[in-house]
Structure formats: structure tokens, C-alpha cells
Design a protein around this ligand. Structure first.
Ligand SMILES: NC(=O)c1ccc[n+]([C@@H]2O[C@H](COP(=O)([O-])OP(=O)(O)OC[C@H]3O[C@@H](n4cnc5c(N)ncnc54)[C@H](O)[C@@H]3O)[C@@H](O)[C@H]2O)c1
Length: 252
């Protein structure tokens, strides 16, 4: 298997978990880190830049784990020569942006990977998308995670997923993921609940269509920031599957 170079656009909680994982694998290289606030408490030995720099930011695969806005400002640099893994999927509710990224991929023979992130089952939902008629996702997080100060449990958003993503771009990436894999941002229904008594990020997903019904109930302990306990683990698994390797068995 050929060794690949992996670059990072944003390197906070998810990025550092991936960095440590790649370093422990040892069979691929870290090309660069682009992050204006990067704190090098993990002995990263690659070039570190605050902004895109053509002479430094070279890699076969670039992992975006910053924000939708950062992705929008940088995707065109990277998709010209590298594949990307994108964690800030909320950005794809912007139809113009989505079309432009796919166009850059087509023109340059590059691709975007959407990781399953904080949830699971995106592959199965994507496989069933042609027969799906309904998709719903309900997320419960603490007010702190949502950037609020509610003292009582309350529904803070109910409606289509496009609106959820607009209101909570950093906390509704899983809603965007379900919409992208399934029936889109306008038909997917989203509910977001702020609950001061919860210490988890939980996602209840119901998807149905012709002869099909899936229900997924996913809970992950909340940590500081927006990403729960599970996301860094799932991110490492997704990266392994993209890079390939000598795993003796794989779930596909
Ligand atoms: N798809 C999912 O299921 C899922 C799950 C969790 C988080 N996320 C998303 O993934 C992203 C990263 O999450 P995280 O927990 O690692 O966040 P984090 O806050 O720990 O890290 C974000 C990093 O981006 C950096 N950054 C800020 N401005 C930048 C810029 N202009 N250029 C480059 N980097 C910049 C920050 O300095 C920080 O290091 C967020 O958008 C988050 O909403 C997605």
C-alpha cells in the first residue's frame, strides 16, 4: 500500500485525535496543519500555518475539522489537487456551495468523503435513499454545548433540517449528514432540544420508506466543545477506511 500524506484544515479536538492516530499507525505522513490557533502540545513535526500557503499545504488527503466557514474559504485551494474529508457538513445546506464543490471535484478528479462522525448508519441510509420517504432526527444536548443558558428542558428548534443547520451550524452537522445521505435538507425533519440535566449528546434517528424502517438511538458523553466522546473514535475509523491498510477484515 502506498504511503499517503494527510493535511489538516483545522486541528482541534477531532484533528488532534486523528494526528495521534496517524502518528501511531506510522505508515502515512502528516503533510501540514493549517490552523491559526493551533497549540502544538502533541509534538507535531509537520509545517504549521495560519492560512493556506501553496508552497507548504500539499497533501494527498486533507481533513477539514474546523468549521463550515473555514471550509467555504478553503475548499477550492485543496480540491484542485487533493481529496477531502469534511466534518463540517452543515456547509452543504448551502446549495450553491455544494454544487461548486462537486464541480471542482469533477474538474480535478478529486473527491469528498463524508464521515459518519457523531452518528452511524449513513452508508445504510445512503443505500436506501431512492425508496425513502421520511427522515427525522432529534438531538438532545446540554445548553452549554448548544451555546445557550436554558434552565429548563426546551425545544429550541423544530422544522426542516436546512433551518436547523442555519440556527446551529456547529451542532447540527449530524442533521446535515442525514439530509445529505437521505432525502435532502428540505424534506428531513429536525428537532433540537436543550436539556440542562443531560451530560450526553444524543441523537434519535427514524428513517422510513417503501418496506423499510430504521431507528437509531445514539448517545455519547458530552465533552468540552461540540464533539462528544464517540466522534474522535469514529473519525479515526473513517480515516483508516479511506487510507486503506493491512486490516485483516473490514466492515463496508
Ligand atoms: N460530522 C459530525 O458528526 C461532527 C461531529 C462533531 C463535530 N463536528 C464538526 O467538526 C468540526 C471540528 O470539530 P472539533 O470538535 O474538532 O472542533 P474544535 O473547536 O476542537 O476544533 C476546531 C479547530 O478549527 C480551528 N480553526 C478556527 N479557525 C480556523 C481557520 N480560519 N483556519 C483553520 N482552522 C481554524 C480552531 O483553531 C480549532 O483548532 C466543527 O465544525 C464541528 O461542528 C462534526
Amino acid at each position: 500500500m502506498a504511503s499517503k500524506s494527510v493535511g489538516f484544515l483545522g486541528c482541534g479536538k477531532i484533528g488532534k485525535a486523528l494526528l495521534a492516530h496517524l502518528t501511531s499507525r506510522g505508515d502515512h505522513t502528516i503533510g501540514f496543519i493549517q490552523d491559526p490557533n493551533f497549540v502544538n502540545d502533541c509534538d507535531a513535526a509537520c509545517p504549521i500555518v495560519a492560512e493556506f500557503d501553496e508552497s507548504v499545504c500539499r497533501a494527498d488527503l486533507v481533513v477539514e475539522c474546523a468549521s463550515g466557514e473555514v471550509l467555504k474559504s478553503n475548499y477550492a485551494h485543496y480540491l484542485r489537487f487533493a481529496d477531502m474529508v469534511v466534518f463540517s457538513m452543515s456547509a452543504f445546506s448551502d446549495t450553491d456551495f455544494a454544487e461548486k464543490t462537486f464541480e471542482v471535484c469533477r474538474a480535478n478528479n478529486t473527491r469528498i468523503y463524508f464521515p459518519h462522525g457523531a452518528i452511524l448508519g449513513l452508508d445504510g441510509i445512503f443505500d436506501a435513499r431512492e425508496v425513502l420517504s421520511s427522515a427525522e432526527i432529534e438531538t438532545v444536548k446540554s445548553p452549554k454545548t448548544l451555546g445557550r443558558d436554558d434552565r429548563e428542558r426546551r425545544v429550541v428548534y423544530a422544522g426542516d433540517t436546512r433551518g436547523a443547520v442555519e440556527m446551529f451550524p456547529r451542532n447540527a452537522n449530524v442533521h446535515a449528514a442525514i439530509a445529505l445521505a437521505g432525502i435532502g435538507f428540505d424534506k428531513t425533519r429536525s428537532t433540537i432540544i436543550s436539556d440542562p440535566d443531560t451530560d450526553t449528546n444524543s441523537h434519535a434517528i427514524s428513517v422510513s420508506g417503501d418496506g423499510i424502517e430504521f431507528k437509531l438511538d445514539i448517545r455519547s458523553r458530552a465533552t468540552s466543545g461540540v464533539s462528544g466522546q464517540y466522534t474522535p473514535l469514529s473519525a479515526c475509523g473513517s480515516l483508516d477506511r479511506i487510507l486503506g491498510g493491512d486490516a485483516k477484515h473490514q466492515f463496508v
